[in-house]
Ligand binder design. Structure first.
Ligand code: NAD
Ligand code: MG
Length: 458
């Protein structure tokens, strides 16, 4: 259809580019338009957006419906795989899909073991592929319309079969690394929540993304904030990144009391509602350490140029200090649908009913330096990043083992940094040249952590 062709060509010409990402500040160009909305057509007809206000309502609504219908017939929806669909990030991403049914189709939904929850999501979002690591006893008849995959490789198999344009990687832990790696082979964009994939395989993953020119859009709120601020950098060099940290559930606790904090205490995050593992990581501030490593890879920044600012209200999501002394911050009430939606809709913003920031009610915003004495694992993460090689993998593997043991109430909270510290000392640090090296270092770290846990629990 010639009209369709010329409309596509028009959109492709106007297609935006990622402003800054990857090594050597390289620019990525999207292979296809990232998202196309009816208002692209408005702009083609009406050069100034303000003109819209001057059009009589009747004309505007006829115009909108006509353009909307044209858009729907010509442009397909953007297809997205939600890997880790039953989790905190996954379900919030699906909330965005629900709000924009004309823009997104979740074609692939995956989870580890929560089969009933996944069945409900499949009924609602009607993907073409779905996966569970742990096979359920039976698949209900009303979800058999999609292709199912089970077993340890099921996430990657479902992703490949779905042929999704975008992959939202929201699996928790190093378990998500294979999916990120596969997404870089088959998707147009990777929307990254799974920070452990970068902590462990960061150099390899970012190199592959740069080689294949696949945009890695951050979903973690701090990294999304930095990404958003970067779009206003002009030619200003970045002096340092300032990652804000809520301080977690134990921010105000005395060191002696922190040691025996219970699972209940630790899971009471003051500002964010997240999955269990990341909430424990926030309480130990390992999460901020992992985020420093994540920022290092995403924005190609050395550890020395990434600082942590404790900011209990979680209203400023992170900041950049530029060479001219200007500091840009991205703000908003804590709600992960903001950064998730930003990555999904990029380069457009997707409005939703976000709670507005009420500065009168807030009254003040607080800032403090991190306390490395009470949160020693944060220091360990910074040192691991500086050491390079397998050190961040060891830190991550030992932490995952220790957090698992804490959540099962095998060890007190205060043992987590000890277990990480032991693994960093005892496991030989090696270079990482392949994903296989990553898994070898991870296995060695977990084995050491398990030994320490066993010793501590005897
Ligand atoms: P979650 O525990 O709520 O959900 C994890 C999801 O991954 C679930 O769907 C689960 O079924 C799936 N999963 C778990 N283990 C798996 C395995 N071995 N193989 C395949 N799938 C598996 O976790 P979350 O809080 O949504 O966090 C997901 C990721 O996003 C983490 O890396 C976390 O650090 C990051 N993140 C989360 C938030 C947040 O607000 N929750 C914010 C920033 C970053
Ligand atoms: Mg974060």
């Amino acid at each position: 259809m010639p009209l369709a062709r010329s409309v596509r060509r028009y959109i492709q010409k106007r297609q935006p580019r990622l402003p800054f990402q990857g090594r050597q500040g390289c620019r990525f160009q999207m292979k296809r338009p990232p998202s196309v909305q009816p208002w692209h057509f408005h702009e083609c007809i009406l050069p100034d957006a303000q003109c819209l206000n001057q059009i009589p309502h009747f004309y505007y609504s006829v115009h909108t419906h006509f353009i909307g219908a044209l858009y729907n017939t010509i442009m397909e929806k953007r297809t997205i795989a939600i890997l880790g669909a039953t989790g905190s990030i996954g379900t919030q991403a699906l909330d965005i899909v629900s709000r924009y049914p004309d823009r997104f189709h979740a074609v692939c939904l995956t989870a580890h073991a929560s089969s009933e929850k996944l069945f409900d999501l499949v009924r609602k979002y009607r993907p073409t592929c779905a996966a569970l690591n742990i096979a359920p006893e039976r698949i209900p008849e009303d979800v058999q319309f999609c292709e199912w995959f089970f077993g340890p490789d099921s996430t990657v198999q479902a992703l490949l079969a779905s042929r999704a344009q975008d992959a939202l990687c929201a699996i928790v832990g190093i378990a998500g690394l294979d999916a990120v790696w596969a997404a870089l082979d088959v998707c147009e964009r990777v929307l990254l929540a799974n920070k452990e994939a970068l902590v462990t395989g960061g150099d390899l993953v970012m190199k592959k993304a740069a080689d294949r020119r696949i945009p890695m859009l951050p979903v973690d709120s701090e990294h999304s904030a930095i990404f958003q601020c970067l779009q206003a950098r002009q030619n200003n060099a970045v002096r340092r990144l300032l990652l804000t940290a809520s301080g977690g559930a134990l921010r105000t606790w005395r060191k002696a009391d922190m040691f025996n904090a219970t699972v209940r205490d630790v899971l009471k995050h003051p500002t964010w509602n997240m999955g269990g593992k990341i909430t424990v990581d926030c309480a130990s501030m390992v999460n901020k350490g992992l985020e420093i490593i994540e920022a290092h890879h995403l924005f190609d920044m050395p550890a020395e140029k990434i600082d942590v600012v404790v900011h209990p209200q979680s209203v400023i999501h992170s900041m950049i200090e530029f060479a001219d002394g200007a500091v840009l911050a991205q703000m908003g009430m804590p709600d992960m649908r903001g950064p998730i939606g930003y990555a999904m809709g990029w380069p457009e913003r997707l409005p939703y009913d976000a709670k507005p920031v009420n500065f009168y009610e807030l009254g003040h915003l607080d800032f403090a330096a991190p306390d490395f004495d009470r949160f020693p694992a944060l220091k360990m993460a910074i040192e691991a990043l500086k050491a390079g090689g397998s050190a961040p993998v060891i830190l991550n593997g030992a932490n995952e083992a220790a957090v698992g043991a804490f959540l099962r109430e095998r060890i007190p909270f205060g043992r987590i940094p000890e277990i990480i510290g032991h693994a960093l000392e005892a496991v030989p640090q090696t270079a990482i040249a392949s994903i296989r090296d990553v898994y070898a270092a991870d296995a060695a770290a977990r084995a050491d952590a398990e030994n320490t846990i066993r010793r501590l629990t005897c």
